[in-house]
Design a protein around this ligand. Structure first.
Ligand code: SAH
Ligand code: SF4
Length: 353
C-alpha cells in the first residue's frame, strides 16, 4: 500500500467507483498520521471504509505490513541511532537517524547489500542481495519519523539516500518513494531537503537531469584519476571520469543546481595535497561543494582515516586553487557502526549473492 503514489491511489479508487476526493483522507492516514492500523477511523466516508475492508489486509489486493524493528542502538555521541529493520521476506536493512540541535536527518537504504563493490564500504563488501521496493524505502522514513514523534522531538528535516545500496541502481523504486516522501500532504520532506548519493552511475545521473528531478545530488569520487579511483571504486572502469564529469556538467547545466562531491579520505591513499589539486582541476566549471569523509573502519578493508592536519591541508588546496568550498564530516555513530560505509547485515542462508 505504501508504494502507491498519490496519483496511483486516486486512479485505484476511481477505478473502483469511488470519488477522487476519497484519496486524501486515506493518504493522510497513511503518510501523515503514519498509521499501520487497517481499521479505518470513524470519520472516513462509508464508500472508502468499504473499499478498505475489501481490499486491504492479509491475502487481499493491498497489504500494509510494518517492517519489524529487530534492533535499535544509540551511539554514545548522543546524536545517532541505528535501526535494524526486518522486511516482509526476512531480509534486513539498516536506517540511521542523526540529530543535532533539534534538526534530524534520516539516512536510509535503497538496496539490501550493494553490487558496486567499493573496497572500503561494508555494504559493498557484503555483495548484492536485492533491490528494495518503493514501499520499503518509504517505510524506513516512516519508521524514523515515528521514532522522533514518540520521543516528542521535532519532525524529520532532512533525508539522505546514503545508507545501504546504490540508489541509481534501483531508479524506479527510488523515484516513486521520493515522490511519496516529498508530498506536502504526507511526510512532507521537501525535495530541497533530500539528497541522493550515487557512486557515479552515469545513465542515472543523465536521467535525473532529463526528468528534472528536484532532489539534491551527491556524487562519490574518492579519486581524481581513473587509475586511482578504480582501485577503490571498481565501477570507475565502467564509467570513466571523463564520462562521469561530462554527465555532472550536463546535470548542473540542465538543473541549475550545484553538486556535492564526496571523497572518503584514506591516509596515504587519497589524502595528499597533489590529489587535492587534481580534484580541483577535475571540478573546474562545475558548481561544486566537496564533502570530505574521514574513512570509517570496516572489517574488509585495512586503510585508516586521514590525519586531521592532512584533511585541513586538502581543504586549503581546494579553496586556494579553485575556490571550491568543502566540509569535513564529523565522525558520528562509529561506536555502533552507524557511520558512512559501515552498514551491513548478516546474510540469510539461501539469499542470493
Ligand atoms: N551508494 C551511494 C550511497 C551510499 S554510501 C554512494 O556510494 O554514493 C554514502 C557515502 O559513504 C559514499 O560517499 C561512500 O563512498 C561513503 N563511504 C563508504 N564507505 C565508507 C567508509 N568506510 N568510510 C567513510 N565513508 C564511506
Ligand atoms: Fe555501494 Fe555506495 Fe558502498 Fe560503493 S560506497 S559499495 S556504491 S553503498
Amino acid at each position: 500500500m505504501l508504494e502507491l503514489s498519490l496519483g496511483e491511489l486516486i486512479g485505484t479508487l476511481t477505478a473502483a467507483g469511488l470519488s477522487p476526493a476519497h484519496a486524501r483522507p486515506l493518504w493522510r492516514h497513511l503518510h501523515h498520521e503514519l498509521q499501520w492500523d487497517l481499521s479505518p477511523p470513524a470519520g472516513f466516508p462509508p464508500p472508502l471504509r468499504r473499499w478498505i475492508a475489501a481490499n486491504l489486509g492479509q491475502g487481499r489486493r493491498f497489504s500494509l505490513t510494518p517492517p519489524q524493528e529487530i534492533a535499535r542502538v544509540a551511539s554514545t555521541d548522543g546524536l545517532t541511532s541505528k535501526f535494524l529493520l526486518r522486511l516482509e521476506d526476512g531480509e534486513t536493512v539498516e536506517t540511521v537517524l542523526m540529530g543535532f540541535r533539534g534538526r534530524h536527518t534520516a539516512c536510509i537504504s535503497t538496496q539490501a547489500g550493494c553490487a558496486m563493490g567499493c573496497l572500503f564500504c561494508a555494504t559493498g563488501q557484503m555483495g548484492f542481495v536485492r533491490n528494495l521496493r518503493a514501499g520499503e524505502i518509504v517505510a524506513q522514513v516512516r519508521h524514523a519519523q515515528s521514532a522522533l514523534r514518540n520521543a516528542g522531538s521535532p519532525a524529520l528535516r532532512n533525508l539522505v539516500l546514503m545508507g545501504m545500496g546504490e540508489p541509481l541502481h534501483n531508479y524506479e523504486a527510488v523515484m516513486t518513494a521520493l515522490d511519496i516522501i516529498s508530498d506536502p500532504g504526507g511526510l512532507n520532506i521537501g525535495p530541497a531537503r533530500i539528497t541522493l548519493s550515487t557512486v557515479g552511475v552515469v545513465p542515472g545521473i543523465l536521467r535525473l537531469a532529463e526528468e528534472r528531478r528536484p532532489y539534491r545530488l551527491a556524487v562519490s569520487l574518492h579519486g581524481a584519476s581513473d587509475e586511482e579511483r578504480s582501485a577503490l571504486v571498481p565501477v570507475g572502469r565502467r564509467w570513466p571520469l571523463q564520462e562521469l564529469m561530462a554527465a555532472c556538467r550536463t546535470y548542473s547545466a540542465r538543473t541549475g543546481r550545484h553538486i556535492f562531491f564526496e571523497w572518503t579520505l584514506i591516509r596515504g591513499i587519497n589524502d595528499s595535497t597533489a590529489q587535492a589539486a587534481r580534484l580541483a582541476a577535475l571540478l573546474a566549471g562545475i558548481p561544486a561543494h566537496v564533502n570530505l569523509i574521514p574513512l570509517n573502519p570496516t572489517g574488509g578493508y585495512d586503510g585508516t582515516a586521514a590525519a586531521p592536519a592532512g584533511a585541513k591541508a586538502f581543504q586549503r588546496v581546494l579553496l586556494a586553487e579553485a575556490g571550491i568550498p568543502s566540509t569535513l564530516r564529523q565522525r558520528r555513530g562509529i561506536d555502533v557502526a552507524a557511520g558512512c560505509g559501515q552498514l551491513r547485515v548478516e546474510k540469510r542462508p539461501g539469499s542470493p549473492r
